[in-house]
Write a protein that binds this ligand. Structure first.
Ligand SMILES: [Zn+2]
Length: 377
């Protein structure tokens, strides 16, 4: 048995002080005292929070999920564990189908091992594309875009947790309905040029998530509420890139009010994450990382270099939202979005002991996965 003392414990609806978090491989409870003989970990007055979950991340430390190499995935996992991420969905891009298949097979082969390796655990994969709309391609490569194909998703239903697609490219939502009927894969609307009606109808036909809300989708305008309007007006779970650049922080509390416990913070981090400014590639396309911005050479905004713990802190420090709510958006809400909320995402009794200890500005001091320390600052 282990016990974390001297921390502000972030539960899913409040923060408690003067208590002790007790766990072994799972959470045993929040107690007044450490049990006899327990190994004591001192949080030194910082925060004790559930491990963070990133549903959308393309790379880190120069490595790209689309490399399809075990070494790349290991490097990413060992890098982001330092940002308090205990579970992630490595995210593929719209690239050659052969490259996507190789990446998915690589992730499939590593998933079991990742539960105990020295980095963040692979919870599955987020396939972003290739079934998107060229009009909203963002940093995705147009030449590899395909029509939605349920058979492909079904073939990888054991590893894909989220498929991002443009619902207007799917005639009568046939592929969407087939995926939802035959698999547990979450269908997300992303990189989409749909109008409000089409997007809203897609949510009635099986779309249950929205990929990086506001980015690479039709905007919310008063006569054309767009995909953003449909995401806000339906009960889909919603991703938000919280680097303060992709979406203006003034929108954080608005989205939080409308989406509540359906809001999931993501990094959409590119291979430049964790590295100095400079030129890198993403799915074979060159981009430049400068400050908090990543852009293709033609100026198109690409993903971020955001760290998940920093994302939580960005929202907390730019809004009046409580810290426990911001943490939920990076732990419990994403866990629920991919159907893993029963075992992950909060410090509730019986859940996996995925825990982080941070200082008072949410810099990660320790990352614990399944009760074992995987990272120490
Ligand atoms: Zn994207």
């Amino acid at each position: 048995m282990k016990a974390i003392i001297n921390g502000k414990i972030i539960l899913k609806d409040r923060i408690v002080e003067g208590k002790v978090l007790v766990y072994d491989s799972v959470i045993r409870g929040v107690c007044d005292n450490a049990p006899e003989g327990a190994e004591i970990i001192d949080a030194k007055g910082g925060y004790v929070a559930p491990g963070l979950i990133d549903l959308h991340i393309h790379g880190y430390l120069g490595k790209d999920v689309c490399d399809g190499e075990p070494e790349s995935i290991r490097t990413i996992a060992e890098g982001i564990v330092a940002n308090g991420v205990t579970g992630f969905l490595p995210t593929t891009m719209t690239v050659d189908m052969k490259v996507i298949r190789k990446a998915l097979e690589c992730l499939r082969s590593l998933k079991e091992e990742s539960k105990t390796w020295n980095g963040t655990a692979i919870l599955g994969c987020h396939a972003e594309g290739p079934f998107i709309n060229a009009k909203k391609k963002g940093a995705q490569d147009e030449k590899y875009i395909l029509k939605p194909d349920a058979a492909f998703v079904k073939e990888y239903a054991d590893i894909i947790k989220i498929i991002s697609l443009a619902p207007e490219m799917d005639e009568d939502f046939a592929a969407i309905r087939e995926i939802v009927a035959d698999t547990d894969v979450v269908v997300s609307m992303g990189h989409t040029d749909a109008d409000y009606d089409t997007a809203y109808k897609s949510t009635v036909n099986g779309v249950s998530h929205a990929t990086h809300l506001f980015n690479a989708m039709t905007a919310l305008a008063h006569r054309n509420p767009g995909v953003v309007g449909a995401a806000l007006n339906s009960d889909v779970t919603t991703e938000l890139i919280v680097d303060t650049f992709h979406v203006n922080p003034a929108l954080y509390p608005i989205v939080a009010k409308l989406k509540g416990d359906k809001l999931c913070f993501i990094t959409d981090c590119l291979p430049a994450g964790g590295l100095p400014e400079g030129q890198y590639t993403l799915g074979g396309t060159a981009f430049v990382s400068k400050g908090i911005e990543c852009r293709l050479l033609d100026g198109t905004i690409a993903g971020s270099i955001l760290k998940m713990n920093k994302g939580v802190w960005n929202v907390y420090t730019t809004t009046d939202l409580p810290l426990w709510y911001c943490v939920n958006c990076a732990s419990l809400n994403p866990a629920n979005a991919i159907g893993m909320g029963a075992t992950k995402g909060s410090l509730d009794i019986g859940k996996d002991a995925d825990i982080i200890i941070t200082d008072n500005e949410f810099n990660v001091e320790k990352t614990i996965i399944g009760g074992t320390v995987r990272y120490e600052a």
